[in-house]
Design a protein. Structure first.
Length: 183
């Protein structure tokens, strides 16, 4: 099965988001018994299917992206205006020092000041996508790097990571990455 992507409206309530995801998955799979569940770490899983499928979800800005794939998959995204909003006072340097590898911090330090936040987001979404595909958590972030020799790597521990470009209204204000056995 090819990768299937759903672009859904991001609701303000968790209950509505869950309902929208459940409905989209059931309709696509033509299986009214298909169920989106969450494991002990809060990761989505699919139940009541004849064939194993994997699911990954990211909610950001006005959209939710849901991907289904036959192999382990991870997707993450960020809505750039939220990240760039000075009123939110997100301290990217402190976050990077806590969660990024030395090589990723060096990459950020070498970026022009005007692209530092966008570069931070590119690293973050790649790390999130990888951890989702690998079944890891944010606690693992400092233990791997998505940057090598001032470039983004294509794989971490044999899991492909790449930018995920998808078209929808206002899509240029989002940054997405996807990870998994995409080759």
């Amino acid at each position: 099965m090819a990768l299937k992507t759903f672009i859904l409206e991001n609701s303000s309530t968790k209950r509505q988001r869950q309902s929208d995801i459940q409905k989209a998955v059931r309709e696509y799979l033509k299986n009214p018994k298909a169920k989106v569940e969450y494991d002990e770490k809060g990761r989505p899983t699919l139940a009541n299917l004849e064939k194993k499928m994997n699911i990954s979800i990211t909610c950001c800005g006005k959209v939710m992206l849901v991907v289904l794939f036959e192999k382990a998959i991870g997707i993450d995204g960020e809505y750039l205006p939220d990240i760039l909003n000075a009123e939110k006072k997100i301290d990217h340097t402190t976050i990077a020092e806590r969660f990024f590898s030395e090589e990723e911090i060096e990459y950020l330090n070498d970026c022009p000041r005007e692209t530092e936040v966008e570069s931070f987001v590119k690293i973050w979404v790649r790390k999130e996508a990888y951890t989702k595909a690998a079944g890891k958590t944010i606690a693992e972030f400092p233990n791997f790097s998505v940057v090598e020799n001032s470039r983004f790597v294509k794989k971490v521990h044999n899991i492909s990571i790449k930018t995920f470009a998808i078209k929808f209204e206002d899509c240029e204000n989002y940054s997405f990455a996807i990870a998994g056995a995409l080759d």
